[in-house]
Design a protein around this ligand. Sequence first.
Ligand SMILES: [Zn+2]
Length: 317
Amino acid sequence: MLYPFILAWTSLTATLPLTGPGIAAPPPTLRRLAAGVYAALGDIGRGTEGRPNAGFVVTDSGVVVIDAMASPRQAEELVQAIQSVTPQPIKWLVLTHHHPDHHFGAIVFRRLGAKVIAHPDRRVLASEAGEDALIADWVRVVGLDAMRGFEFADVPDRPVIGTDTLRLGGRSLIITHPGAAHSAGDLMVWLPRERILFAGDLLVEDGVTMLVDGSSGRLLRALAAIDSLRPLSAVPGHGAIPARPARLVARTREYVTGLRSAMRSAIEQGTPMGRAMASLPPADETRPVSLNSRRRRNAVRVYLEEEKAYMGLDSAR
Ligand SMILES: [Zn+2]
């Protein structure tokens, strides 16, 4: 059931561009994390209203890109950034999930001959009204120019539903589905030798991760899985790369567990959802994915999860 408070996060985007239609954004800044391993940093400090992070791994047999940015234009800028450090061809594109800001540039990589690795479950709340509506919404976010040449390209050539190891040019990338934590089709990418994790939106450094397409219980399990890897470096889906990954994981866990216990006690005290939400900062309805809106939508989601659990209806916890 979709509670009316839960709005598809692209449905309010008319007033706040992600990078600004027609506004040229600087190309992504590259951060070298280890030999041949780069993060491409999007906008920092704007949460999911900014350009997302991506990354790539250079091997002797080609390049593996992790996430495709939010539009063909952004993807072309990423390709230029990759070509500034290596002449190797781009062989694979791994998508951490199917939210438009992480895969709407995928067609650019496909046209360059890359094959796509993704989870086959592409369902997201934002596309409930259909793919045409999603594209129309997204054009309002990134602008028509940035979307020139767009086609959906996130159906995987190599689907991953459990764990898969991609071996290329002497490197190994372990690609894992941590459960439907942030979205049904979550994947994370782990480089065991370098101990570097590309976490997608399981981690958001400059805001909070969104739960409306996933679940709080599965996010907590995904965070435990990240902890057990003990990464030296973890690239979040948005925001700066944390100096200490465990801190960002802990902060995310505190947020989720705090929200769960607040919603649980509201339910135990018979507080209706409307009143439980009244204790939260008001959502800024002029902004699509502002921190307050996101916190509020997460709270609605967790209230419903806790209500189900309280009534003994949730067998999936
Ligand atoms: Zn996302």
